[in-house]
Ligand binder design. Structure first.
Ligand code: ADP
Ligand code: MG
Length: 681
């Protein structure tokens, strides 16, 4: 009796060689085989030619009406054509290089033909032919992603056999109550339906089950990690002084938005708890994350702890230091800025004051968690923009005898689906509201030939004392071309403005001191127009800049365009963003239109995800997303949410760790290593 754990060689027709080929695809046992899902199905449902659009795939059942004609086109090349009657349609069927068909296609023969329908010429360009009427059960044929010399047809046969031999000999992998709750197909039916569906509905139901199962596995792993963190990783319970925090909030010259109030509460609650905070704070550009950071840092200070704020660049660190200074100085909270350019003497003093606790809040770049930076009592670390605080940094802090609460702030709105996927082990707070009275940035999409109009408008702004950014095209493959572009645009504008205005240039090939110098000159108003590649930093705040032109804007993703656009609209003046683009694809046009229609970063992020898919969303390099077999984060986000809730409930349920019906899920967790802590983050 063949069992599911047997090697594939136990199947008929599989010898050593085929078994090796399957092994190359990671398929060793019959079980491995049946969990290898097709990536699509060939649709062989019969179609009516009258309603089939041009160039669409069709399958028809037809009778041969003519003697086939063969045209020889050279060595081993031929074209065979025959007239057939399909329903009421007399059409031609053409095959290439299959002249053996000549003797078989005798008039009166019934055939089932699939191919591409050329509606104008009334010809089917055949891809497959079977003799006789179409059999039942052959509506869908699975197509697998195969390697090496294994052909689809052979593979299908192995699969058919595998499913037949396991018969009833397979345990259900999902607990009964979940199958019932969501009316999911039982495992055997689902396997049958995913490989050899009888109809479209069975295929759909099978997919639905496996999508849920896959996302449940994924979420169980994530939720287990999270649970383990909360239970095992001792953090600091920061008993802040609520009264003082309230007073601090009173002193802020504006009223917090409701969203700001909500996230302050979420973060402070975490501070108070004894487990270590690991939280992501998302808020669109300008949503006011800095003040939230300030309040929470202050809370830590009132409990006698030190706080740290880490920014990705010196400029940003300086900016933060400046704005926090004005809030904290009057109430006697001591802030210090530590960066690469801090002078040796000053640095020595600073480190001393940090170590003896005189400094309450330290702001800086990554440099502030370097080995010789010693805090007396660090309780809370905030990292701003794009910084994922890695395992390594956490180790450094732990080695210093600290396990502070950590908050990550990002202005990149991440669609909720991706947030709970990529950052699933983190808690997420979202500021989804902008302070009242903000002027919307006016965004226009122009053709590249309208560049002159753009320059006139830019000049108008500059003449009123404003400043402008010009962002150069993005060339993903080549930083060199990026730079070249920027230099060209820079020279062009410098010629046009001919000394009337100062034009600055910023690109990735500059040294970081040079970049800082350019940014500083722009911040201080010494540069009127800043030509830049995308290196112009996220978070840079020059409220006097009111104009941005983006060359070849269609080369950017929506989220990136939104980030760039967020450099303007930061002051009291009306701001403008001009997209210069001649997109060739519909998708590109849609992106440009979306930009002109909304300033809402979350909406754009959702749109971006929809248009480009999750892989492109985070950029090619580090998506941080798992590879799903069945699930698709764009379309299955509701299921993801459901699976997340179920997983969170399950792992806190005693039954889950004991009952037989959860055995398979527990085994999956054990194998993944999340339970033994082999995987941290
Ligand atoms: P971001 O979230 O992009 O870091 P910031 O924290 O830099 O945004 O805030 C942008 C501007 O909005 C700052 O000048 C800040 O003082 C101001 N701001 C923040 N919150 C409010 C509010 N509730 N009402 C009015 N202005 C606010
Ligand atoms: Mg900010």
């Amino acid at each position: 009796m063949t069992s599911i754990t047997d090697p594939v060689i136990a199947l008929k027709g599989i010898g050593k060689e085929t078994a090796d080929h399957l092994g190359d695809m990671g398929i060793y046992t019959i079980e491995d085989l049946i969990w290898t899902f097709p990536y699509r199905h060939e649709d062989y449902r019969l179609k009516d030619l009258a309603t089939t659009p041009h160039n669409e795939k069709v399958t028809i059942e037809a009778r041969v009406e003519s003697v086939p004609s063969v045209l020889y086109l050279g060595k081993n090349k031929s074209r065979i054509q025959v007239t057939v009657l399909a329903g009421r349609h007399l059409v031609k069927v053409v095959f290439f290089n299959q002249n053996y068909l000549k003797t078989k296609l005798t008039p009166g023969t019934i055939v089932t033909v699939s191919g591409k329908w050329d509606r104008g010429r009334q010809v089917i360009n055949g891809t497959s032919i079977k003799f006789g009427p179409k059999t039942d059960n052959a509506d869908f044929e699975p197509v697998y992603s195969l390697k090496g010399s294994i052909h689809q047809n052979k593979f299908r046969k192995y699969m058919r056999q595998a499913l037949d031999v396991i018969g009833g000999d397979m345990d259900e992998t999902l607990p009964k109550h979940l199958l019932e709750q969501y009316q999911l197909l039982p495992i055997l039916d689902a396997l049958e339906g995913v490989h050899f569906p009888k109809d479209a509905n069975q295929a759909k139901q099978a997919r639905r089950r496996f999508v849920y199962e896959e996302l449940l596995h994924f979420q169980l792993r994530i939720q287990s990690l999270r649970k383990a963190r909360k239970e095992n990783e001792k953090g600091i319970a920061i008993a802040y002084d609520l009264q003082k925090v309230r007073q601090f909030i009173q002193r802020i010259p504006f009223e917090l938005t409701n969203a700001q109030k909500r996230v302050v509460n979420e973060i402070c609650k975490d501070l108070k708890e004894p487990h270590r905070m690991n939280r992501l704070l998302q808020g669109d550009v300008g949503s006011g994350k800095t003040i939230v950071a300030a309040i929470c840092l202050y809370a830590a200070v009132t409990a006698g702890y030190q706080g740290a704020l880490m920014a990705p660049t010196e400029i940003l660190a300086e900016q933060h230091a400046k704005s926090l200074q004005s809030l904290f100085e009057p109430i006697g909270v001591k802030i210090a800025l530590l960066s690469g350019s801090t002078k040796t003497k000053e640095r020595r003093l600073l480190l001393e004051q940090l170590q003896n606790g005189e400094i309450n809040i330290l702001i800086g770049t990554h440099a502030l968690i370097q080995p010789d930076v010693i805090f007396s009592n660090l309780g809370f670390v905030i990292t701003d923009e794009q910084h994922r605080f890695g395992v390594e940094q956490r180790r450094i802090l732990r080695d210093k005898g600290m396990n502070p609460d950590v908050l990550f702030m990002t202005a990149t709105p991440i669609p909720r689906t991706l947030a709970i996927t990529a950052f699933g082990e983190m808690d997420v707070s979202i500021i989804d509201e902008l302070p009242a009275g903000r002027k919307e940035i006016e965004t226009h999409w122009l053709k590249k030939e309208q560049l002159n109009a753009v320059i006139s408008k830019m000049e108008l702004e500059i003449r009123q004392g404003r400043q402008a950014y010009v962002i150069c095209p993005l060339i993903e493959e080549s930083e060199k071309l990026d730079v070249q572009n920027a230099v060209e645009v820079y020279e062009q504008l410098a010629t046009i403005f001919n000394g009337r205005y100062n034009v600055g240039l910023m690109h990735g090939r500059l040294l970081s001191e040079e970049k800082d110098e350019v940014m500083r000159a722009f911040t201080e108003g010494k540069i009127d127009v800043l030509v830049s590649t995308t290196v112009v930093e996220v978070g840079v705040n020059v409220p006097n800049a009111t104009f941005m032109a983006i060359y070849d804007a269609d080369r950017f993703g929506l989220s990136q365009l939104h980030q760039l656009r967020g450099r303007v609209g930061r002051g009291q003046h009306q701001s403008y963003c001009i997209l210069l683009a001649d997109p060739k694809t519909d998708e590109g046009k849609e992106r440009m239109l979306s930009m002109t229609q909304t300033n809402d970063g979350f909406k754009l992020a959702e749109k971006d995800l929809e248009l480009r898919g999750p892989g492109d969303f985070f950029g090619k390099k580090q998506s941080g997303l798992p590879d799903f077999k069945m699930a698709d984060l764009v379309h299955d986000y509701r299921t993801l949410e459901v699976a997340r809730q179920d997983a969170a409930k399950l792992i806190y349920d005693e039954q889950f760790w004991q009952d037989a019906e959860y055995r398979y899920l527990r085994e999956m967790l054990e194998e993944s290593g999340v339970l033994t802590g082999e995987r941290i983050d």
